[in-house]
Ligand binder design. Structure first.
Ligand code: ADP
Ligand code: GLC
Length: 480
């Protein structure tokens, strides 16, 4: 089966969040079962070393304001199609945000170009390779089925995957012609969304199937609280919507081999984790103690609910807990966490940075990971936590609800608890979950049993990759 992925990030090459991890992991797993996946992403400056080794497979005289090409190269086992368009991607700054912290003003063109290139590969193929199905990821690839529809050419079916419905790619209707969209596409069952253009809406309306990244989020998306304006459309397409849980790359996230850990360990050598904990304490300026070390590895945005954690800090510290926070994001949250690290010096340590190596160390050296998200389509850090025996303390929502089994009385008796969940999602209930975690930590037998169980919990991709493949196969069959 030939599959084209179109996305805006792919680990380990370029990453701002979990989308990259997923795009970097799934193609390799699908390849194990005989599929041939190519991943189309923009050639941001970080990709320059790969571009120089690559072969040109498609050329555009003009792609939204400048010449462009698609080049092909294989790296870390992933077959990449890089969209080289210097006028759109070759600039210093973030991949979505400029140096001023605001979205690039031409993000509509930047990701229309990605979608347009995706549609081109979908219809014409590259070097004799023809995709049989296209999987477009998030709003940045949402226009793929729109461009396919307006070409009128024969084309493969498109699966639209929602990683986070909060990002919808909404732009002014006056941009229609600049985005090379025909006016006939500006309808309620096309790209039109409350009088504007939405890339994600286009993808949801015009794709052949829709997936999202956990079963619970698939249900939540049908409600006004979580659907964020798309719930009506999703309800109408309910029979085409599936929730397929994300997995993790078991080679990259493996406590037995992780090169970022001073001490690698397994479920049989948990004591070795102490050396990693000491390293985290040293890096975050924490005093050693006999209480649990909690960590946060996260974007600092309101989605992640970390403002609630700020409210809980006095109690966390009073229970003997320590906290190490690694994150970047909204200025007010960054500032509040830095202030907290001064107020609770020695107990709360904060590093405002994006640091892949440090994120591994935190998983390997902390006792628990806090994820109090207000909504969470899937979440990957709780899955890394499970694999590293770093017990997740999570809000009961989306993928967090689907992956963590709360240590309530019944679960403890049945030997199946892997973490701590709380609901409703507010600071009081988060505080209670933290208190429960601290209390459980002081019962080493129970805690250690939970760590071992967490580490056994299946977090790989096998089952989910098979679910994606089943959808691809049914769409291909329907076309034939
Ligand atoms: P989201 O995609 O919503 O940010 P996920 O939990 O799915 O949430 O994925 C987040 C990914 O980004 C994980 O791989 C996590 O380790 C990583 N990450 C988040 N913040 C940082 C950071 N400051 N430094 C390093 N890695 C980070
Ligand atoms: C999004 C979501 C996150 C999910 C990730 C990968 O960024 O916020 O929950 O794990 O995509 O699917």
């Amino acid at each position: 089966m030939n599959i084209l992925f179109v996305a805006s990030e792919c680990a380990p090459f370029i990453k701002t969040g979990g989308l990259a991890d997923v795009i970097g992991a799934v193609p390799k797993v699908l390849a194990n079962s005989g599929a041939n996946v190519k991943v189309l992403i923009p050639a941001y400056p970080e990709l320059a070393p790969l571009v120089s080794d690559a072969k040109t497979v498609v050329q555009f005289d003009d792609l939204f304001g400048g010449p462009a090409e698609i080049v092909e190269v294989t790296a870390t086992g992933i077959d990449l199609l890089l969209l080289v368009a210097p006028h759109l991607y070759d600039r210093a700054g973030g991949i979505y945000l400029g140096p001023n912290g605001q979205d690039w003003s031409d993000n509509d063109l930047r990701f229309a170009a990605l979608s347009f290139a995706g549609a081109k590969v979908a219809t014409d193929g590259v070097g004799g390779w023809m995709p049989e199905v296209v999987n477009a990821h998030d709003w940045q690839a949402g226009l793929v089925p729109a461009y396919l529809r307006q070409t009128g050419k024969a084309c493969p079916p498109v699966v639209m995957t929602i990683h986070n419905i909060a990002f919808q790619g909404v732009f002014d209707a006056t941009r229609l012609a600049d985005l090379w969209l025909k006016s006939k596409m500006f309808t309620q069952d096309g790209v039109e969304y409350f009088g504007k253009i939405s890339f994600l809406k286009a993808g949801l309306a015009l794709s052949d199937a829709i997936t999202t990244v956990s079963p619970s989020y698939a249900c939540e998306l049908l409600t006004p609280d979580f659907g964020m304006g798309m719930e009506g459309l999703l309800q109408a397409r309910r029979s085409d919507l599936s929730g397929i849980l994300n997995g993790i790359d078991l080679d990259v996230w493996n406590p037995e081999t992780d090169p970022h850990l001073p001490a690698t360990y397994s479920a049989r050598s948990l004591k070795k984790k102490a050396a990693n904990k000491a390293e985290v304490e040293a890096r975050f300026g924490l005093t050693t103690g006999d209480g649990p070390l909690f960590c946060v590895v996260s974007r600092l945005t309101s989605q992640k609910g970390l403002d609630m954690l700020l409210d809980c800090l006095p109690d966390l510290v009073a229970h003997g807990g320590k906290l190490a926070v690694l994150g970047t994001g909204e200025t007010n949250l960054e500032r509040a966490f830095v202030e907290a690290s001064n107020r609770y010096a020695g107990s709360v340590g904060v590093i405002i940075d994006y640091d892949e190596a440090l994120s591994h160390l935190l998983q390997g050296g902390s006792d628990a990971i806090l994820i109090p998200s207000r909504f969470e389509p899937c979440g990957l850090t709780q899955l890394y936590g499970l694999r590293y025996g770093t017990l997740p303390v999570v809000a009961r929502t989306g993928g967090l609800a689907d992956t963590i089994i709360d240590a309530n009385e019944a679960a403890l008796v049945a030997d199946c608890a892997t973490g701590f969940q709380f609901a409703p999602i507010n600071a009081t209930m988060l505080g209670q979950a933290i208190a429960r975690a601290c209390h459980t930590y002081r019962q080493p037998k129970i805690w250690t049993a939970m760590m071992r169980r967490a580490m056994r919990h299946p977090v790989g991709w096998d089952q989910s990759a098979a679910a994606y493949q089943a959808i691809y196969a049914s769409l291909i069959e329907r076309r034939d």
